[in-house]
Design a protein around this ligand. Structure first.
Ligand SMILES: CC(C)(COP(=O)(O)OP(=O)(O)OC[C@H]1O[C@@H](n2cnc3c(N)ncnc32)[C@H](O)[C@@H]1OP(=O)(O)O)[C@@H](O)C(=O)NCCC(=O)NCCS
Length: 462
């Protein structure tokens, strides 16, 4: 099994103990607050930090056993607390929290066979106690994270959000969308292909093991996905709360190909049934498929379950194939979310890491309130000379001024982040008034270069 602490340390040696950001330390000290690294090897300090995190996310308080499980699971992260030492009660419980770790972001050009990832700074657990809100604490947390990531040489920061209105001001913007599905199975007749292989029930322990292996492959086929830490899977299968009613309802089906290899896994729960036991709802908690056959087999299984009238699935890709495999388009209600947020910290490193759909050049004229991505950047993608199978890479050069004769987009760091994974079209952002093209048609040329082969997607929260 992957050791997340060792994996993170290998990606960014010393990241957990790098000094707390001096600017945030000073600014919060001026506000009477202490910004500090939490010693996660200290169970009491960890428990206090997690109490604050749970309180911030409106979660129930955990017990001592849960504190230790989570410390073992995510205590390897760089963990920051902001403390108000003037409190007379529970001053050891921070009034604000954040944590971060290096994670592998799948980028355009990646496939299972030829992975391409960008080691990025993942940020989570951003909370500020209701008693200390709207005093600039979150600003110091976020700006502190960006300064730290930049100082450590990370080209990208990333997060998922519980409130979409907060992070734009720090240069984050959605780069991968996700969809939630509610399917009326009485209308959604399967018209997709007959899948080969077989679908069978497996137990939750085997699922937990096979899921980690399967996801570590399938994540490489979708720009926007990240490597998932073992504790997240433990939470999904209920290993951290074995007695919860949700855990007891979980069922797993597996698709194996004609050679017996696992190609797909679906984790689901069945609820409801009222009033006559014929109207159950299937909640798909997770659905992973490595091949079109696996996706077809598992979706068909779910849609054709007896005594079920509705299937719900969360965090699916926007180009979900199921849309084209049901007889009635309108049997499915699909809600679109913004999900994977990115923040470019190093334009040259980030844009020279991914691959491109076509040769050509673009100039990005970027403004950035925090400075990291600001400047005029020439991105040149040339046809590889060595071999036809080599992917198209870019050289990225900072210029003093925009040259003439090259398609030029004027944008902020936010739109630059949205364009990065190749799933948000520059033409859309021009039409939306978010970015400007110097000459009509520049954005269309940029799209031809930037477009990703698959719609970017992220299948987890973090
Ligand atoms: C969201 C939260 C972190 C904000 O903390 P805070 O310390 O009050 O934020 P700050 O005072 O530093 O505000 C920073 C900026 O964000 C804005 N802001 C703060 N909370 C916001 C909210 N809920 N929605 C929109 N904007 C918000 C502020 O207006 C301020 O903007 P400005 O600097 O451009 O004027 C805090 O309210 C919280 O913990 N909420 C519950 C948990 C949560 O939602 N966490 C986010 C996880 S993704």
């Amino acid at each position: 099994m992957i050791d997340p602490a060792a994996a993170a340390e290998a990606l960014a040696p010393g990241f957990t103990t790098a000094v707390p950001d001096a600017t945030s330390v000073a600014r919060l000290a001026d506000a009477g607050l202490r910004y500090a690294l939490v010693d996660t090897s200290d169970p009491a300090a960890w428990a206090d930090w997690l109490r604050a995190d749970d309180r911030g996310f409106l979660q129930p308080t955990r017990d001592e056993k849960d504190f230790e499980i989570s410390r073992a699971g995510i205590g390897y992260r760089r963990t920051i607390g902001v403390y108000d030492d003037s409190l007379t009660v529970d001053a050891a419980v921070p009034v604000a929290t954040v944590d971060s770790w290096p994670a592998e972001l799948t980028i355009p050009g990646s496939t299972i066979e030829t992975p391409r990832t960008l080691t990025s700074w993942a940020i989570s657990s951003v909370t500020v106690a209701p008693t200390h809100r709207r005093r600039g604490v979150a600003r110091n947390l976020l700006e502190g994270e960006l300064r730290t990531a930049h100082a450590l040489g990370f080209p990208m920061a990333m997060l998922t959000v519980s409130e979409s209105t907060i992070y734009g001001r720090f240069g984050f913007s959605p780069a991968a969308l996700a969809t939630d599905w509610t399917i009326d199975t009485r209308r959604a007749r399967w018209i997709g292909p007959e899948a080969s292989g077989r679908v069978e029930f497996i137990g939750i322990d085997l699922y937990r093991q096979e899921l980690a292996e399967l996801h570590d492959r399938v994540r490489l086929a979708s720009p926007g996905e990240i490597d998932v830490w073992p504790h997240r899977w433990d939470q999904l299968v209920g290993a951290t709360e074995p007695d919860a009613s949700r855990t007891k309802q979980l069922r797993v089906v597996r698709h194996t190909d004609t050679f017996g290899a696992t190609r797909g896994l679906a984790l689901y729960r069945v609820t409801g049934g009222e009033p006559d036991f014929s109207q159950h709802v299937v909640e798909v908690e997770r659905f992973d498929a490595e091949t079109p056959d696996a996706a077809s087999a598992l979706w068909r299984y779910l849609l054709e379950l007896d005594l079920v009238t509705e299937v719900k699935a969360h965090l699916r890709p926007i180009d979900e194939t199921l849309r084209w495999q049901i007889a009635d388009f309108r049997s499915a209600e699909v809600k679109t979310w913004e999900h994977q947020y990115l923040r470019v910290l190093d334009v040259a490193a980030a844009f020279s890491a991914r691959s491109y759909a076509a040769p050509g050049s673009i100039v990005f004229s970027v403004s950035d309130g925090l400075g990291y991505a600001a400047g005029t950047w020439l991105l040149s993608v040339v046809e590889p000379v060595e071999t036809e199978t080599e992917s198209l890479r870019a050289t990225v050069t900072k210029l003093d001024a925009a040259p003439t004769g090259i398609p030029t987009l004027t944008l902020t760091a936010n739109e630059l982040a949205s364009l990065y994974l190749g799933g948000v079209a520059a033409t859309t952002l021009v039409d939306a008034g978010c970015i400007a093209e110097r000459t009509p048609g520049d954005a269309a040329i940029a799209d031809g270069i930037l477009r990703a082969a698959r719609a970017p997607w992220l299948s987890v929260w973090y």
